[in-house]
Design a protein around this ligand. Structure first.
Ligand code: AAO
Length: 512
């Protein structure tokens, strides 16, 4: 009794670290730029049946409309008001999405852009997604309302008013990030407007927030806002559940601001994870998969229970943000699947899967000049719907990495092995590695330039298992490689270095 009470209390107090997913659903997918209607359908037709825990959505609030370039994806990071009104849909559609997703046990995480409003050069008028009037020059946003005194100009000490030096902590937090009008989050008025926005979303049933540009806010200001948040809607969540919080803090180790400063508020995005994993899987800088044996805190990452991890995100998949050239994306599909497979098999962190749209990538002098392209859109600028092909992949230039068999099946793998320890590590000293998750699952990679043929202890009960990478178990048949685990847990694995996907994963739910 006592211990349960303690666990309950701890559970409530620490709710902001818990993704609030339903039991045995462990991963979030970022459906970048999707329309609310498409997300609602995806929850019902795909995410729930395949064990996805939740969806990170693009910012739902009203934003500026930019015409040069023509409606870039990043205009959504320039708020004009907190009306729920964007290229993804209106408030009715938003409500419908949250309800339908929650009803099938898939939760919604909102990308909360609260550090700033639009860019200083956004002009004046009503060119915003809901038609609200604003004036960037006079810092007037009557639809919130915010006015000049709600911004940080008087506090910023840089010459341009923008962040010029990431080694100057107060510049990073009090000046404008790429000229975006920086909100004075120490003001009660601003805090209460932001909290009212987030509370409205909580009331509609969202499960948590990605806090955009958290590094550019003082941790105590973020806390003051979070302290005003209500518990999650009891229609779908137990009474007393706090929203899940993950803060976008880019800390690759070279700057004074540390991710750990934000632990009191919730989790942080661990950007070293994707940057390092990309380097290892690409075999750059002398890295090899054998070194992944102590992956996680051993690599200087934040503690696992404070980390939100991903192979790529909407910024660094196109050269924005941080991580650099090592970041793997759908453009490097073969290596990407291995990286995502490794991430989903490994116990570290809360995992987020990226789901992208294709754009006409075009490099000039090492930079993608089309990195601004918005989502697939119709002639009138509206976002194209996500169509589903007969083979379950997506049409209309939606990439839908989360529907790739290898990735989707590894999302299931992570659910099956949830709570099991990292076990039975093996490596060949090079790029052939394997590990298990207790007696529930086992995965093995061959990223060397020669084939792999080895007998290993899997930790699994005896039987025949169906590889979930080269195919999967369908009814009682296996469409893939079969792995025979002997009574002592040993199994033999063969992986050619030129196999389409040079890794094999088996788990107890894919036993024949
Ligand atoms: C757009 C235009 C701008 C224009 C502005 C206003 O592109 O030219 O001035 O409008 O008119 C997104 C886009 C921006 C866009 C913005 C608003 O990415 O291009 O600006 O919408 O429309 C920093 C922040 C981080 C931020 C990231 C992009 O710290 O918070 O930049 N990410 C989020 C969102 C993102 C969004 C915003 C924030 C704004 O995910 O989509 O922007 O709401 C260093 C720092 C990082 C810093 C990077 C990039 O990283 O550490 O904190 O990220 O620089 O500036 C090595 C280092 C690494 C370093 C990196 C790059 O890897 O180790 O630390 O190099 O130098």
């Amino acid at each position: 009794m006592g211990i349960y009470f303690l666990l309950l209390v701890v559970g409530l107090c620490w709710g902001q670290y818990n993704p609030n997913t339903v039991p045995k659903r462990t991963s979030i997918v970022h459906l970048f730029e999707w329309r609310w209607q498409d997300i609602a359908e995806e929850c019902e037709r795909y995410l729930a049946p395949n064990g996805f825990g939740g969806v990170q959505i693009s910012p739902p609030n009203e934003n500026v409309i930019i015409t040069d370039p023509q409606q870039p994806w990043w205009e959504r990071y320039q708020p004009i008001s907190y009306k729920i009104c964007s290229r993804s849909g209106n408030e009715e559609e938003f409500k419908d999405m949250v309800k339908r997703c929650n009803n099938v046990g898939v939760h919604i995480y909102v990308d909360a852009v609260i550090n700033h409003m639009c860019g200083a050069n956004a002009g004046a008028g009503d060119h915003a997604t809901c038609g609200s009037y604003f004036n960037a020059k006079t810092e007037d946003f009557p639809a919130v309302p915010y006015s000049g005194r709600d911004f940080n100009d008087h506090k910023c000490k840089s010459r341009s008013g923008n962040i010029e030096d990431y080694h100057d902590i107060s510049q990073v937090r009090d000046c404008r990030l790429v000229s975006l009008l920086d909100l004075a989050l120490d003001r009660e008025h601003v805090r209460s407007r932001v909290a009212a926005y987030l509370n409205r979303l909580i009331g509609l049933g969202v499960a948590g927030f990605r806090i955009d540009a958290a590094k550019h806010m003082w941790p105590a200001d973020v806390k003051a806002i979070l302290d005003k948040l209500e518990d999650l809607n009891t229609q779908w969540f137990p009474a007393g559940t706090k929203p899940f919080i993950y803060q976008e803090v880019i800390d690759l180790g070279g700057e004074p601001i540390k991710g750990s400063e934000y632990f009191g508020n919730g989790r942080v995005t661990e950007f070293k994870y994707g940057a390092k994993l990309g380097t290892v899987i690409r075999k750059w800088n002398g890295e090899k998969m054998a070194y992944l044996k102590n992956w996680g805190e051993g690599w200087g990452f934040v503690p696992s229970d404070r980390a939100l991890v991903f192979v790529d995100n909407h910024d660094n998949q196109r050269g924005h943000g941080a991580g650099g050239a090592s970041i793997l994306t759908f453009w490097d599909a073969r290596l990407y699947k291995m990286a995502v497979g490794f991430m989903l098999a490994h116990p570290y962190g809360v995992t987020r899967v990226m789901s992208s749209f294709r754009w006409p990538r075009y490099f000039q002098n090492g930079k993608d000049v089309n990195d601004w392209y918005g989502p697939p859109s119709n002639a009138d600028g509206s976002t194209k719907t996500v169509t589903i092909n007969p083979d379950t992949t997506c049409g209309n230039d939606w990439v839908c990495e989360h529907r790739w068999r290898q990735i989707r099946n590894m999302v299931v793998f992570r659910n099956v092995v949830d709570g099991e320890p990292f076990s039975n590590w093996w490596d060949n000293g090079s790029n052939q590695v394997a590990f298990g998750r207790g007696n529930k699952g086992f995965i093995i990679f061959n990223n060397d330039d020669w084939s792999l043929n080895v007998s290993l202890q899997t930790g699994l009960p005896a039987g025949t298992y169906c590889d979930v990478i080269s195919g999967q178990k369908e009814d009682d048949l296996c469409t893939a490689v079969e792995v025979h685990v002997a009574a002592d847990g040993m199994a033999n694995f063969l992986i050619g270095n030129e196999d389409q996907d040079p890794f094999i994963a088996i788990h107890v739910d894919a036993k024949l």
